[in-house]
Design a protein around this ligand. Sequence first.
Ligand code: C2E
Ligand code: SIN
Ligand code: SIN
Ligand code: SIN
Ligand code: FE
Ligand code: FE
Length: 360
Amino acid sequence: MRILLIDDNKTNLLFLKKLVEKLRCEAVTYDTPGDLLLAMPALDYDVAIIDFQMPVYNGVELLLEISRFEKYRDKPAVFVTADTDIATRMAALDAGAIDFLTKPVNPLEFQARIRNLMALVDARNKLADKAEWLRTEVEKAVAELRAREEEIIERLTIAASYKDKETAKHTRRVGFYSEAIARAYGLDEPLCTDIRLASPMHDIGKVAIPDAVLLKAGKLTEQEFAAMQQHTTVGSDILRESQSSLLQLAASIASSHHERWDGQGYPLRLSGSAIPLAGRIVALADNFDALTTVRPYKEAWSVERAVAHIRERAGSQFDPECVAAFEEALPSIMSIMLANLDEGRQIEDALVPTGKSAAA
Ligand code: C2E
Ligand code: SIN
Ligand code: SIN
Ligand code: SIN
Ligand code: FE
Ligand code: FE
């Protein structure tokens, strides 16, 4: 341990230093408060022994100065004083002193007091270590829980891909597009990440749709489309009861990604801001991806055509503010698209210039 000794009397200082060193502690000595304060806050010590009567700063004033540094606020300080006046002692206690030694210092008493203080410091350090250890353990547990959540999402998405034939790249694109739009919209970074992780499950409810409908090459009948629309509520039913906030977000996206800004969507015909924001964002990402890739019922559109289609529907199908964020995010969206192209899809097909996106 390091014991800080401050006394303007050099003989006293040397005497205290010897006593401290006999306890196998390191003594850090100063004979003027000014020099001590100059060495702060680089200086390290565990216990301070401060002479009360000193020129310029007395002990109380010095301790108040020391306490201005956050790092010394919890360090025990002891005053050495010849003054037995109660007012002086109260002032010292108010300034944060935890003990007194009366001059002239008795060596045995001094050493016993220092040993007690060292035990106190030691106990405090152990407690702090324990708190720190607990904190990292909790952090580890939270990270592990989070990793499990992310794994569950990945596995659910894989399960759905057996049925849906959409490749992992499709769902990943919707995740990354949604994240890019959320970021351009100005959402906090952790929420953008959550949206990327949760949005690939937006169509998980398609597992409940008969293949004859899901994979139909042509246009759906009214009845078939009504069946298809159930993928929103089925998806929400699958995910909703989860304790995981990530899966709850995924449930709200599954339920709301086919709602329309003008209230003409499904399943609840919600409109405007009654539609969860994540759902409004994923609706754009999902539509953009559905339009620019092949579906059993349609060819892939050029980016230019898809963007024009979406822009035209700002305020009717889509939230206009989300469309603005989508347009702002287009350079990122183009990069994501190029990094996650389907096999067999020519780069030139995806790269028909749109003016804005050419900057990507
Ligand atoms: P999906 O293929 O993932 O398409 C998602 C959404 O992208 C569609 O939601 C729609 O809003 C938009 N979209 C995709 N292709 C087009 C298009 O050619 N024109 C326009 N205007 N929008 C397009 P929607 O319509 O609610 O459909 C939900 C899901 O129902 C689709 O998911 C798809 O799995 C299925 N589906 C929709 N229409 C047909 C169809 O005519 N035939 C078949 N076999 N399935 C369909
Ligand atoms: C899906 O919508 O089925 C998943 C990703 C996509 O195809 O857009
Ligand atoms: C749709 O709801 O996906 C169709 C959008 C449109 O009205 O063109
Ligand atoms: C297009 O065919 O280029 C646009 C079609 C649409 O807006 O629905
Ligand atoms: Fe869908
Ligand atoms: Fe979709």
